[in-house]
Design a protein around this ligand. Structure first.
Ligand SMILES: C[S@@+](CC[C@H](N)C(=O)[O-])C[C@H]1O[C@@H](n2cnc3c(N)ncnc32)[C@H](O)[C@@H]1O
Length: 232
């Protein structure tokens, strides 16, 4: 089975168990809190902190074209889109099962400005310079071809476009690194190689301007901007 298929299968099973996945990613259920503490050394406050940092790259009154990759179950972002009625949002993911839940979240909240597409971040079906903002929460540690993903995000951003999000970085917490290597990577949820906070900062600063990286335990939150057409 190819690495792409392994990942699809790994996340397929999570689509049906979204209460566990959603509880874990939001650090809100008893089991989710236990996983956050054990694997990530995070309580709810720290979990909320890294998500806040990741989402802080979206201007409050954002009204342009935005791409979210990967949307997963939408548990983290549908509440955000409810507050951005003038944004034109495209959500993309490999996994139809995860995305089915995101669609239901959007319907439940009567969010009208979001569309969903199944696809591969390594081959985005959009022309160059299509988006004002790309958001990626917890994706880059999962993507099988990270170089292609970085390239594609840059390509589809307009000059002056923003890129923000978060993902796991190694070297911040030994216990997290152990779990990522022995369990998350082995099960196909995460795919090496992994960035460190330092390597991520160097990468983003080489591609974008005003790149900022902040960590909360083993999670790095980042935001950066592509140069404008006038070089600003
Ligand atoms: C950990 S989940 C994150 C989902 C969501 N952003 C969140 O934070 O809850 C990782 C997601 O990446 C998706 N994924 C993995 N490789 C992908 C690829 N090459 N293209 C698109 N989505 C991919 C999986 O299907 C899964 O839904």
């Amino acid at each position: 089975m190819s690495r792409h298929d392994e990942i699809k299968n790994a996340y397929k099973s999570l689509g049906g168990e979204a209460t566990f996945y959603d509880g874990m990613i939001t650090c809100s259920t008893l089991l989710g809190k236990a996983v956050c503490k054990l694997v990530w050394n995070m309580n709810k406050r720290k979990n909320d902190r890294y998500l806040e940092l990741a989402l802080s790259g979206i201007p409050q009154d954002f009204s342009g074209k935005m791409l979210e990759i990967p949307v997963g179950t939408g548990i983290l972002t549908m509440p955000v889109y409810k507050t951005l009625p003038d944004a034109d949002v495209t959500c993309l993911d490999y996994s139809a099962d995860m995305m089915e839940r995101a669609k239901r979240q959007a319907e439940k909240r009567e969010i009208k400005n979001v569309c969903f597409m199944q696809g591969d971040v390594g081959k985005l079906p959009f022309s160059d310079g299509s988006f004002d903002l790309v958001l990626s929460l917890n994706g880059f540690h999962a993507f099988p071809d990270k170089e292609a993903a970085y390239r594609e995000v840059f390509r589809v951003l307009k000059p002056g476009g923003r890129f923000c999000g978060c993902f796991y970085v190694k070297g911040e917490n030994k216990r997290t690194d152990w779990f990522v290597e022995k369990i998350y990577t082995a099960k196909g949820y995460f795919t090496p190689p992994y960035e460190t906070a330092h390597s991520l900062e160097i990468r983003l600063k080489a591609m974008y301007r005003k790149a900022e990286v902040k960590t909360v335990e083993g999670m790095a939150a980042f935001r950066c901007r592509k140069d404008g057409s006038d070089g600003k």
